[in-house]
Design a protein around this ligand. Structure first.
Ligand SMILES: Cc1ncc(COP(=O)(O)O)c(C=O)c1O
Length: 373
């Protein structure tokens, strides 16, 4: 967000900036979603709703998990609709963590998690990343033995690294839960952006008795490009869900009424939304990889999911914040410094490919020109 406002400032001074720092897709929500939302407003669906979210939307989410994964989830007790995935994460933290508890947050992490842990008075135990972005299992094992450790945050596909959990890592998590009885808070918001043969997954299917230990966060922002709708959901056992509900009641009362009706249509349009993603994003990913390869001093691991390349730079040992500022000021391209995602992510830049291929190509032309100078 800081980099976005710096970029906006530069824009207001007359510079043409290419925004590769933003975590939102550039397509509009599909027309039926917009139409339903407008219709809902016109029909007067503008008042508060129940705090859990309208039953029709909860039922639609329950149906999705049943149809796609064979999971039976109680739409009354186990699903809560939140004002964005972000509120889902925060409310889960409040529900699971007491003051003074620890939550393990593997690096690189989405910037908001440690701030949220701080808000609830918990301690983030950040885990240095590995070079291929897989879970740093030794470090996690040594942190989990602390009896105040109550949860681990998992985000797959990962923002910013794009990493997808492997079967071996899932097995590791199963053992972790079994041996230490901690919660997994699984942020699955990028589940429809996958560029490997792995199908869309949820950690819920991996655990025979997920109700004991898993809390899933998901939302409409990324798959349907509904970022401004502020709409998401959580899935958890009913006790945790009660805690989540209290936070919704104490903060936003309920998600926005007409947005929830748009959400129901979004789920009906799921196949079309995924088709759109698969039509646009693999090509952008390919172009990003090619552009990084063409640029001396940059390298990139395979991009598995989400819509970010986590690019390592070798041309200087200056901080990623300095490098990102230099690139913004001299090449008019905005990217996010790796240090935003944890100390061990220093030396990286996050480059979003949520923009057109021509913008990605132009951005790298500018970066190369600047670096050559
Ligand atoms: C990993 C991750 N989780 C959650 C969110 C929040 O999404 P929402 O807009 O639904 O609050 C984001 C948004 O960028 C994200 O990157």
């Amino acid at each position: 967000m800081n980099f976005l406002s710096m970029a906006k400032q530069r824009e207001s001074e007359g510079h043409h900036i290419i925004h590769l720092s933003i975590g939102q897709p550039d397509f509009q929500p599909l027309k039926p979603i917009i139409d339903t939302t407008i219709k809902a407003i016109n029909e007067g669906k503008t008042a508060y709703t129940v705090s859990s979210g309208i039953p029709e939307l909860r039922q639609a989410i329950s149906n999705l998990y049943l149809e796609d994964f064979g999971l039976s989830i109680n739409s009354t007790d186990e699903i809560k609709i939140t004002s964005g995935g972000k509120q889902g994460v925060l409310a889960s933290f409040y529900s699971v963590l007491n003051r003074g508890d620890n939550i393990i947050i593997p690096e690189p992490y989405w910037v908001s998690y440690p701030d949220m842990a701080q808000l609830v008075g918990a301690k983030s135990i950040t885990i240095p990343m590995t070079s291929d972005f897989s879970l740093n299992q030794d470090e996690i094992l040594s942190s989990v033995t602390d009896k105040r450790t109550r949860a681990i945050l998992i985000n797959s596909p990962n923002n910013p690294s794009s990493h997808l959990l492997s079967f071996e890592e899932i097995q590791f998590l199963k053992d972790l839960v079994e041996d230490h009885n901690i919660f997994i808070i699984s942020d699955e918001i990028y589940w429809d952006y996958i560029f490997t043969d792995t199908p869309t997954r949820t950690l819920l299917t991996e655990f025979d008795d997920w109700r004991q230990n898993i809390i899933v966060i998901n939302g409409f922002a990324k798959t349907y490009s509904m970022t401004g709708y502020r709409l998401g959901w959580t899935i958890s056992n009913s006790e945790i869900a009660e805690g989540i509900l209290k936070i919704i009641q104490a903060t936003t009362t309920c998600p926005t009424n007409f947005c929830q009706w748009g959400g129901i249509t979004a789920l009906k349009e799921r196949a079309q939304a995924r088709e759109l993603i698969n039509k646009i994003f693999p090509e952008r990913r390919k172009v990003l990889v090619e552009e990084v390869q063409k640029t001396d001093g940059l390298s990139l691991e395979a991009i598995d999911g989400a819509f970010y390349g986590f690019v390592k730079y070798h041309f200087t040992d200056r901080s990623s914040e300095d490098v990102a500022i230099d690139i913004l000021m001299n090449a008019n391209v905005s990217v996010v410094p790796g240090s935003a995602f944890g100390t061990s992510a220093e030396g990286y830049l996050r480059v979003a490919f949520s923009r057109s291929t021509s913008e990605i190509i132009e951005a790298f032309n500018r970066i190369r020109k600047y670096l050559n100078k």
